[in-house]
Design a protein around this ligand. Structure first.
Ligand code: ZN
Length: 363
């Protein structure tokens, strides 16, 4: 091995050590959740870059970047290097090294030995933005997605024309993250504290449709709109924020359903295990009176299977759990309000027996 190769290798090791996988996942718009388990903070990633399974089977240590795919036929093991390499596909090693150097620079590292400090999250502030609708007029983007002015107000949507989220990076340096031309969807915990937000690109030109403020993407412990559903007996759980808005709107239009609250899981999976998990949040809502949860993810087979599993878990902790079925490959934001209401009204109660039956039907 030549001296220069040796130097390269130690340089890469050093860069890899400093790469914050959450930063990288956010940057590359890889869908993930933060899960706190017995082995510390884990990143739970939706799609395995090796086998392509998208059932949230990949877990990775937040700090170490070491992980596994738990999909039966795959069982790939990951390091930061192998995960990034597999995710980027066709790049050769040299190109990956260049990519890693870019990431390191973006994170504010010069490639020399400096002490690693964990990210200081600092305060979460909204980027400069305006309340929607403006003077009774809504954004064309929201109108085209069928979101009414009332729903816009109910969810506190804002528009950031030109604005940044300011944070302190690993090196203690002030950094800016651009949220310009994005709708800001605030995310609150059950107590109504702002804990994160999503910035939805409306230009259609950004490589990232959704952006979280850096270091605040912990949606694995949040039930979207849960603070507004607190104290309700009956809720319907969608997946993404626009699905939840569509469900909310469909129910508001119908007197018989306007006492059913819409909440969101941020993915086709419910985190469980400790008191910051999504299941723990739902149990807090149960203490406040919640009895029935109807899951309404999309109508695709894998999603339905995941929904049955989640419903069984909810059944197991004493909820009346139901599964609502939308037309194949549709989510609540892609169908008429009446279709959403019908799916809710015709939802099936899930218990051990019906779950087996449904799984057979889905095979
Ligand atoms: Zn896999």
């Amino acid at each position: 091995m030549s001296t220069s190769t040796k130097r390269d290798n130690s340089e890469i090791t050093e860069i890899l050590e400093k790469i914050d996988m959450e930063y990288w996942l956010n940057r590359e718009a890889v869908e993930y959740k933060v899960a706190r388990g017995s082995r510390g903070v884990q990143l739970n990633i939706r799609e395995c870059p090796v086998c392509g399974n998208s059932n949230w089977k990949v877990y990775m240590g937040q700090e170490s970047g070491l992980g596994n795919c738990f999909h039966g036929d795959c069982e790939a093991k990951f390091s930061k290097w192998s995960f990034i390499k597999a995710s980027l596909g066709d790049l050769n090693n040299r190109e990956i090294v260049d990519h890693l150097k870019t990431i390191a620079e973006e994170q504010g590292f010069t490639v020399k030995r400096t002490e690693y400090k964990p990210a200081e999250r600092g305060a979460l502030k909204m980027p400069k933005s305006m309340t929607l609708p403006v003077g009774g007029r809504n954004l064309k983007y929201l109108q085209e997605r069928g979101i009414t002015n009332d729903t816009t107000k109910d969810f506190g949507l804002r528009y950031c024309q030109k604005g940044w989220f300011e944070y302190i990076d690993h090196e203690g340096e002030r950094k800016l993250q651009n949220f310009s031309s994005r709708i800001i969807i605030p995310i609150y915990d059950l107590d109504g504290n702002l804990v994160s937000y999503q910035g939805r690109d409306i230009t259609g030109t950004s490589e990232k449709k959704y952006l979280f403020p850096n270091g605040f993407a912990s949606t694995g412990s949040i039930i979207f709109n849960g603070h507004n559903a607190f104290g309700y007996k009956d809720v319907c759980m969608g997946e993404g924020v626009f699905d939840v808005m569509a469900i909310h709107q469909a129910f508001q239009e119908d007197d018989a359903l306007c006492n059913v609250a819409a909440i969101g899981s941020f993915g086709k999976h419910l985190s469980h295990g400790d008191e910051s998990s999504q299941l723990a949040q739902l149990l807090k809502m149960k203490d406040a009176g919640l009895k029935r949860i109807t899951i309404m993810w999309d109508g695709e087979k894998v999603a339905l299977n995941d929904a049955v599993d989640a419903a069984l878990m909810l059944h197991g902790v004493g909820f009346v759990a139901r599964l609502a079925r939308l037309p194949k490959d549709k989510d609540p934001n892609e169908v008429d309000a009446q279709v959403v209401r019908d799916a809710f009204l015709n939802a099936r109660v899930i218990n051990t027996t019906s779950a087996i039956k449904l799984k057979m039907e889905l095979m």
